[in-house]
Design a protein around this ligand. Sequence first.
Ligand SMILES: [Zn+2]
Ligand SMILES: [Zn+2]
Length: 291
Amino acid sequence: MRIGFHIPTEGGWHKTLQRALGRRCETLQVFVGAPVQWRSLRPRADGAAEWREGLRRHDIGPVFVHANYLVNLASTEAALWRRSIRRLARDLRHAALLGAEGVVTHLGSPRAENPRSLEWCLARVAAAVDAALERAEVEVVLLLENSAGMGSAVGSAYEHLGEIIGRSRHPDRLGVCLDSAHSFAAGYAWHLPEGLDAALDEADRAFGLGKLRLLHVNDSKTPLASHVDRHWHIGKGHIGSCGFRVIVNHPRLRHLPMVMETPEASLEADLRNLRALRRCIPAAWRPPFRP
Ligand SMILES: [Zn+2]
Ligand SMILES: [Zn+2]
C-alpha cells in the first residue's frame, strides 16, 4: 500500500515535488498543463529529468497523470472527439517523459440532447482509446476510470469498463482506476464488507482485478447510488471512517497505490485527510510517518 495525493503543478516540477514531500506522498498523480485548457506544453527535458530524479531519490512511485478534463471519448461531435484523442495521446507522451506508470482518463459522455445507445457509447470510447494509444506510441498504460454515472457519463458500471477493454485492439495497454466516491455514488456499497466483496467480485468478472492498477480514495458528499460525483474529506462523508477501514484493509485492494483527490488541497486539509486515512490502517502494517 502506497498513499498519496493529486498534486497541483502550478509553479513547475520542482515546486510540485516540494508539495508532494510536504504531503508525505509515497505515490502521486498530476495533471500535465491546466486541467480545463486544450493547450499543454511539453515538459522541458531538463525539468522532467530533475523531476524523475527527485521521485527516485525520495522513493515516490508509482506516479500517474490524470488526463485533461476536457477529454470526452464518448462525444457525439466529431471535432471534439478527434481533439480528445489528440489530447489524450499528448497526455500519454508527456506522462512517459515524466516517468509515469499510467494515465487515468474519464470516459466522457454523449451530449444530453443527443442521446446514444450504450452499445454506441462503448464502441465510441473503445475506438478513441485505440486511436490515442496508436498515436502516442509509448509504454505508459491507459487507465479507464469508473464514473458516478452523472448525467449520461459512461463507465458507472464495471461491466462497461470490461466491455471497452474487450473491444480494444490493445487490451494489454489498458488498465482500470476505481474511485471509491464514484463507485459509491454509482450504487456499489463500498462502505460495507459484504457490499465491497460483491462489488469486487463484479469487477473481477467484468475486467479481471489484475487490471486494477490504482485506487482513487475519496469520501462522497452524496449518498449511495446518488449518481452525483462530489468528493469529500476522508471520514466526513457518506462512506465514513468505518467505510474506509473496510476499503483500505481489503485483501484485494490493500496492495494498490491509493491517491486522494479530496477538496481544498491545501497542505492543512491534505494532511488532515492523510491522518484520517492512516488511522484506518492497523499500525502493524503501516510504515512509520517519514519526517
Ligand atoms: Zn477520481
Ligand atoms: Zn470524481
